[in-house]
Design a protein around this ligand. Structure first.
Ligand SMILES: Cc1cc2nc3c(=O)[nH]c(=O)nc-3n(C[C@H](O)[C@H](O)[C@H](O)COP(=O)(O)OP(=O)(O)OC[C@H]3O[C@@H](n4cnc5c(N)ncnc54)[C@H](O)[C@@H]3O)c2cc1C
Ligand code: FES
Ligand code: FES
Length: 478
């Protein structure tokens, strides 16, 4: 069963769009078709937050509110969700929402261009009752840039909401919205719009059938990379298969002492789950893009982009992760270290997709990861390093070292690893091992960092790992 209509909830009503343009961004839909111009376009690439909207999604019978960048999300992905834009926050009787009141009271706006985006990011946090600690407040607005007010009054406004009762029009309409969300059809979506096609299957079996009929598709997951072909390169994507309606691909569970993660699991969920096993993995994810990016960007998407500066990749490499690939007829499992074959090139053949990944749980190892970038939040790494060691009686029994930003693919430091294996866990050994990184990597000069800087940073991070592990103390700015 399939449908050519995208259905979602807006202003407490079920909206249907027949065969919408699969390349239209939600931002353009809001501004040009809904004629709501509160949501702004700043960068059109997910970096400034001016276009932030909130999507309500049913999770465990409750509505979860997710801030996203509408400039890099396509309209058909609204299917099954509640769309909330800044104009919807004003209550029926005309009074402002507590978030808007707080922004005014604390003088948190000047020119106002960024303000709707901040309001929506803070609104999502407030509705999810996630505004109790300072870290979360800063995290919630890390994807929003303001060029005139400054952040202090905005943070003050967000802080003041801790004491407020969050009951609002959205709570009053809660059961109505849940009923409407349940009414939305549960069919595969097939859209044909002029020369463009969009498929959103509900199961892996349906997905396989669609791939057979469309052998050269563009898989769309969170879209935080793919959508830029439309918004920045100004090109069309003609044949999209959206993976994120497939529940089978969205899971995290422990099986046989391994963390199994479905490919379409959003990074924000990985971030929360992995804290218990690998705190530094959580630390790196908290600095990955912004909440808006991590709410939609997926682990499968980050792996498939094969970007040399993909932040999860060195971490997954140093944890000796395996990936499960759906090939034409069967599944195949390979080590991530064998997956990347060149700049943004992988072993995936046309029509093959990543189903899940398996991360071993090393109970007796030391795992640490470091991201070096010009800004702390919402910035791309110059170098990202990850170390996973087992040390017994001062001997290194097991060693995995991986770096991003040091070569055209994220890569293990095999020469350095070989030298360290079975060596003494001592400072002079690490001083010697540092030099071998020059043999493992020949990084490039670019606008993020010079070759020399990257090499020195990589060497220093290896030593930092040793010093932190030896002293059992963190040498961190945060
Ligand atoms: C503002 C901004 C900030 C960012 N910050 C960071 C950052 O800090 N660190 C970082 O590493 N990256 C960052 N990125 C890059 C981006 O978030 C990642 O590449 C992201 O993980 C891609 O995941 P996605 O689900 O959005 O993939 P999509 O954009 O949907 O897809 C990306 C590519 O992977 C393919 N693909 C997706 N899923 C699968 C699958 N299951 N099987 C096979 N192919 C698949 C798609 O066809 C496409 O080619 C940032 C991007 C933006 C816009
Ligand atoms: S317009 Fe800048 S993040 Fe969307
Ligand atoms: S108020 Fe002007 S950019 Fe923020």
């Amino acid at each position: 069963m399939s449908a050519n209509k995208v259905q979602f909830i807006y202003e407490n009503k079920l909206i249907e769009l027949e065969n919408p343009d699969p390349n239209q961004t939600i931002l353009n839909f809001i501004r040009e078709e809904l004629k709501k111009t509160g949501t702004k376009e700043g960068c059109a690439e997910g970096g400034c937050g001016a276009c932030t909207i909130v999507l309500g999604e049913l999770e465990n019978k409750k509505i979860k509110y997710k801030a996203i960048n509408s400039c890099i999300s396509f309209t058909p992905t609204l299917h099954g969700k509640q769309l909330i834009v800044v104009e919807n926050l004003v209550s029926k009787n005309g009074s402002y929402h507590p978030v808007q009141e707080a922004m005014a009271k604390y003088h948190a706006s000047q020119c106002g261009f960024c303000t709707p985006g901040f309001v929506m990011s803070i609104f999502a946090m407030y509705k999810n009752k996630n505004n109790k600690n300072e870290e979360n407040i800063k995290d919630a607005i890390s994807g929003n840039l303001c060029r005139c007010t400054g952040y202090r009054p905005i943070i003050d406004a967000a802080r003041s909401l801790k004491k407020k009762n969050s009951y609002d029009d959205f709570d009053r309409n809660n059961s109505k919205i849940i009923k409407l969300l349940k009414k939305i059809n549960n069919k595969n979506i097939i859209i044909k719009h002029k020369n463009k096609k969009y498929f959103a299957p509900k199961t892996v079996n349906e997905l396989k059938k669609i791939i057979q009929q469309n052998p050269n598709p563009n898989f769309l997951s969170g879209g935080t990379d793919l959508s830029l072909i439309v918004t920045k390169n100004r090109q069309e994507i003609k044949n999209i298969i959206y993976l994120n309606n497939i529940k089978e691909l969205n899971f995290i569970k422990i099986i046989n002492n391994e963390i199994n993660i479905g490919a379409t699991t959003p990074l924000i969920q990985v971030e929360q789950f992995i804290l218990k096993y690998y705190p530094d993995f959580n630390n790196i994810l908290r600095r990955y893009g912004s909440v808006q990016i991590r709410n939609v960007g997926t682990i499968g998407g980050n792996i498939a982009t094969a970007s040399p500066i993909g932040d999860t990749l060195p971490l997954l490499l140093s944890l000796n992760t395996r990936i499960l690939i759906q090939a034409k007829k069967r599944n195949k499992e390979i080590f991530l270290k064998d997956f990347f074959i060149g700049y943004r090139k992988t072993r995936l053949k046309t029509g093959e997709f990543i189903k899940s990944i398996k991360i071993p749980i090393y109970k007796n190892n030391k795992f640490k990861a470091y991201k070096i970038s010009k800004r702390f939040d919402d910035d791309i790494s110059s170098v990202c390093a990850s170390f996973n060691f087992r040390v017994k009686n001062q001997r290194i029994e097991d060693v995995f070292i991986a770096f991003g930003g040091m070569s055209e693919i994220p890569k293990r430091a095999v020469k350095c690893e070989k030298f360290l294996l079975n060596s003494k866990f001592s400072e002079d050994i690490f001083e010697k091992a540092k030099n071998l990184l020059k043999k493992d990597f020949n990084p490039i000069d670019d606008m993020r960092a010079s070759k020399q800087y990257r090499l020195e940073v990589a060497q220093n991070l290896l030593l930092k790992f040793f010093l932190e592990t030896k002293s059992n103390k963190l040498i961190r700015l945060s």
